[in-house]
Ligand binder design. Structure first.
Ligand SMILES: Nc1ncnc2c1ncn2[C@@H]1O[C@H](COP(=O)(O)OP(=O)(O)OP(=O)(O)O)[C@@H](O)[C@H]1O
Ligand SMILES: [Mg+2]
Length: 288
């Protein structure tokens, strides 16, 4: 074992050298997480068979599991994280990245016809999130949280069925799940979603570019002014790209982003994160 990395999800990540080739082993020893990691492996395997411009997916070499544990063995990617990458890239490289993201989502859209998804799917998901949130005493005692949940319940009950593309998505496409290698971007940490829609991937990218989420979780110093300028550029270009082309985006991006932010709430523990979430959820509700 050469290097050990601990991710947020609680999985163990080890970089191992075998016959002079580096591999990543991602493992869970939490029985509750086994099914999720296996689903991640099959999504990643599926995505690695598609050709995307500039976007790549690490190859999976082996998956092993029993009911207590699961391990994925995959290609090691020599790369930078998003902060290291953005701190040294010029606007031309940012343009590459924007086009790669648009192209990636377009490829997903080609496999995801627009369909009617019953509003019950979103109401059920919301009720699950509301329940999980209110199970936490500090949330249940927070009048502002309760007010935001009430307003959200009203909104999800009023939208009717959703007409959105359904088929494939990465599921957790934040910058923390992209490894940057020159002008190639490697996607990791695929996640199954309650609706497999490319809209979820736009929502996750904009969780970073509009709400600066991944930097909030970043543990080291970084140039926040530079990052903000880059995020603003990516955000406005991605938003304009999809807004000028797709009715489903214009109508359902904000409700989908609202659900996304609400879903983080029950897992938030730090005070500053909870306060930030309340602020941006409230802003978003005012915009819908
Ligand atoms: N194939 C890979 N090649 C190189 N590094 C990798 C690879 N897969 C994962 N890593 C490293 O491990 C980190 C965490 O990986 P991943 O996102 O899959 O796990 P996680 O447990 O969900 O972590 P988190 O939720 O904190 O992002 C990555 O940010 C990266 O530094
Ligand atoms: Mg991750």
């Amino acid at each position: 074992m050469d290097i050990e990395v601990k991710g947020h999800s609680g999985c163990d990540i080890s970089v191992v050298r075998e016959q002079n080739v580096l591999y990543v082993y991602k493992s869970t020893y939490d029985p509750k997480y086994v099914a999720r990691l296996l689903k991640q492996a099959s999504k990643q395997q599926e995505a690695s068979t598609v050709e995307y411009q500039h976007i790549r997916v690490p190859k999976i070499f082996d998956v092993s599991s029993d009911e207590h544990r699961a391990t994925i063995k995959m290609q090691y990617i020599y790369s930078k994280n998003f902060v290291e990458y953005f701190e040294q890239s010029g606007f031309e490289q940012i343009d590459y990245l924007i086009h790669a993201i648009e192209y990636f989502v377009e490829k997903e859209l080609a496999q995801s016809p627009v369909q009617r998804v019953p509003q019950e799917v979103f109401i059920e998901k919301f009720e699950d999130v509301r329940h999980k949130t209110l199970c936490k005493p500090e949330m249940a005692d927070d009048a502002r949280v309760k007010e935001l949940l009430e307003r959200s319940a009203e909104l999800f009950g009023s939208l009717g069925d959703w007409e959105i593309p359904v088929g494939v998505c990465h599921g957790d496409l934040t910058f923390s799940n992209i490894l940057f290698n020159g002008n190639n971007y490697f996607l990791i940490d695929f996640l199954d979603s309650y609706v497999e829609t490319p809209l979820q991937d736009i929502v996750k990218i904009r969780q970073d570019t509009c709400y600066c989420w991944s930097p909030l979780m970043y543990q080291h110093p970084y140039d926040s002014v530079r990052l903000q300028i880059i995020f603003d550029k990516i955000d406005s270009e991605v938003d304009t790209y999809f807004a000028t082309r797709y009715e489903w985006y214009r109508r359902f991006y904000k409700p989908m982003q609202l659900m996304n932010l609400l879903r983080i709430l029950p897992y938030a523990t730090e005070r500053r994160i909870i306060e930030y979430l309340k602020t941006i959820i409230s802003q978003l509700l005012n915009e819908i």
